[in-house]
Design a protein. Sequence first.
Length: 80
Amino acid sequence: MREYDPSEEHVIGGAPPAFVAEVEKRADELVSAASAFCLAGTGYREQDPKGGVAHVPGGFLNYQVIPRHECVYVLQVTYL
């Protein structure tokens, strides 16, 4: 699952729809990668993986993976 933190409007509100689609596509890819890496899901008790920066056409996004929540949080989006 992917979520915007603190909210979708705060993180990506006002961005062009094509850019939003690229961000969401990349975030979904990160969710797939995280689910393969952290098989324990809600039972995961180790240190959370570091977040990172993912580049997309037209900008980039900052994210954090929280396996216990089974979620990738999109924290900031920059449209160039």
